[in-house]
Design a protein around this ligand. Structure first.
Ligand SMILES: Nc1ncnc2c1ncn2[C@@H]1O[C@H](COP(=O)(O)OP(=O)(O)O)[C@@H](O)[C@H]1O
Ligand SMILES: [Mg+2]
Length: 265
């Protein structure tokens, strides 16, 4: 709605997790580093945790873009399935056929696929987002997949990404075997106060903004409201753009942001 009047090519503060808008804040950079390291070194299971809206899904999608092209990937964004359905979804995202096959047949097929990838000198990664929603049995299934290996190497690197409750879930006694397979862990934290400005400016630039001037006083308000959580920053800034548009403003001062904060409370 306000796109044209600000010379924007797309909405700068969309709440979808678009890797094209990935800003490498310090925590996101470390998280990405941990992921790439764990995968390259074939560490088996990698755990990424973080509060709602900190950027886990964005990180997972960005990871797909950063992996070497010969690495095969499967990304499960919403694992609300039964155990067999989860397996099916995983192999189908690798590009394999799973329809009508039982658990054993699927695992056999996946194993063959992974061995071939390994023989070709490449690697395979399974990413499960919202992993706090997995049941203990599903998590146990994931552990079994991480067992697939040759004498030298893990065939499948697994990334579990989820809210902090995931850690508590993994603390259960019955999941101790899975817990022992996790060699790389990273907890994603919100942006630091000085990163908020960079983040906002980066997203505006990415969307092509030229006629938008956010005054320094505004960033204090954005930080106080969001505590650096990107999703909350996006919500507030999107609203501010809309209000600015309605008021025909190009300069975004504290007053505009304050009034949006009021609305969002
Ligand atoms: N590093 C980042 N760079 C750019 N945008 C981000 C970043 N982290 C999060 N976001 C934005 O914040 C919002 C929430 O991110 P998301 O990945 O969905 O969080 P989570 O999965 O942890 O709940 C999305 O709109 C996303 O685009
Ligand atoms: Mg998410």
């Amino acid at each position: 709605m306000y796109l044209d009047s600000y010379g924007l090519k797309s909405t700068p503060f969309n709440i979808t997790s678009d890797p094209n808008f990935f800003y490498e804040g310090s925590s996101h950079k470390e998280g990405l580093g941990a992921l790439l390291y764990g995968i390259k070194e074939r560490k088996g299971i990698i755990l990424i945790t973080g509060e709602v809206g900190t950027g886990k899904t964005t990180l997972c999608k960005t990871l797909l873009n950063k992996l070497p092209p010969n690495v095969k990937t499967s990304l499960i964004l919403n694992p609300y399935f039964s155990e067999v359905q989860l397996l099916q979804a995983i192999v189908e995202d690798f590009g394999l056929e799973a329809k009508g096959k039982n658990r054993l047949a699927i695992i056999k097929e996946l194993n063959k696929f992974l061995v071939n990838i390994s023989l070709a000198g490449s690697n395979a990664v399974l990413i499960i987002d919202e992993a706090q929603n997995l049941s203990s049995r599903q998590l146990e299934q994931v552990r079994l997949l991480s067992n697939l290996e040759t004498s030298q190497d893990k065939l499948l690197q697994i990334v579990l990404s989820g809210q902090p409750e995931l850690t508590q879930k993994l603390d259960k006694f019955e999941l101790r075997q899975l817990r022992q397979r996790i060699f790389v862990k990273y907890n994603l934290v919100p942006l630091k106060e000085n990163e908020v400005k960079e983040y906002v400016e980066f997203r505006l630039r990415r969307a092509g903004a030229v006629q938008i001037d956010v005054l320094p006083e505004s960033y204090k308000i954005i930080y106080e409201f969001s505590k650096g959580v990107p999703r909350l920053i996006n919500m507030l800034c999107d609203r501010a753009l809309l209000l600015g548009f309605v008021k025909e403003k190009n300069i975004f001062d504290g007053e505009i942001f304050e009034s949006c904060v009021e609305d969002l409370r």
